[in-house]
Ligand binder design. Structure first.
Ligand SMILES: [Fe+2]
Length: 248
């Protein structure tokens, strides 16, 4: 906000650690080019279809991407008036949250916590139920019951850094830039509708990313991720956890 008001440019590094330094030495011209490519695809998309595989079976999820524009965080901050995170490297979009008509986001989202894969039932772009049993499933069901806004699907993020050899370090600033991530919670800072007003207290406000790379969720595989384009064309974006677009 300050960068827009004053003629400054800035890099923000929340949670920055020494082991992120290799992720600053990348070819950010190329990172930015891939991010802009993915942003343009998300802008042309009306939906995203996921097919996940995990030890408990297979799940499908549709995210509604109508009525939203994507954002590019490509790591290049050459102009005054712009601030952004470093390390960077993702395109992201808030799914349609149903403010003008029903959101079509629906299906099952699996998320691995330790050894346990928690399966959330998504309807109207919200996690409305936990389908699995176990300590993490119980904790997640309680969190959803206490804070329904926590279950808002707040972001579909497409990080690009895994292809540059960057590995996750357990800090979300970097880890979400590696590949696919899906976030729960607040979205208004990204252009969505769910913000602090929807939570029970300021301390309960949350935006939490779940990153789908083998190091963070070894038992959950993104078998297919397809984008449905405005033209009706279905574009294969990922197969078996890897991008299959050529970025050309
Ligand atoms: Fe993100």
């Amino acid at each position: 906000m300050a960068a827009k008001k004053h003629p400054i440019r800035a890099a923000t590094m929340p949670g920055f650690r020494q082991d992120m330094i290799p992720a600053l030495r990348l070819d950010y011209t190329e990172v930015n080019r891939r991010v802009e490519y993915l942003k343009a695809l998300l802008d042309r998309s009306t939906g995203a279809d996921f097919h996940f595989a995990h030890p408990g079976g297979e799940d499908t999820l549709h995210l509604d991407l109508r009525f939203r524009s994507a954002h590019a965080s490509g790591g290049l901050l050459p102009n005054p008036g712009v601030a952004g995170n470093l390390p960077s490297g993702e395109a992201y979009i808030v799914p349609f949250e149903g403010e003008s008509e029903a959101s079509r986001s629906e299906g099952i989202l699996p998320v691995q916590f330790g050894q346990e894969v928690v399966r959330y039932r998504i309807k109207g772009n919200k996690a409305v139920e936990v389908l699995t049993q176990g300590p993490a499933s119980t904790a997640e069901a309680e969190h959803l019951a206490q804070e329904p806004a926590y279950g808002n699907v707040a972001e579909l993020g497409l990080g690009v850094l895994a292809a540059f050899g960057v590995k996750p370090i357990g800090e979300i600033l970097l880890d979400e830039k590696l590949g696919l991530h899906i976030a729960f919670g607040r979205s208004e800072h990204f252009g969505g509708q769910v913000g602090p007003k929807d939570f029970s207290s300021p301390g309960a406000v949350i935006h939490i990313d779940r990153v789908y790379v083998p190091e963070t969720q070894p038992d959950v595989m993104v078998k297919n991720l397809d984008l449905v384009l405005e033209s009706g064309e279905v574009l294969p974006l990922m197969r078996d956890g890897q991008y299959v677009v050529t970025f050309e």
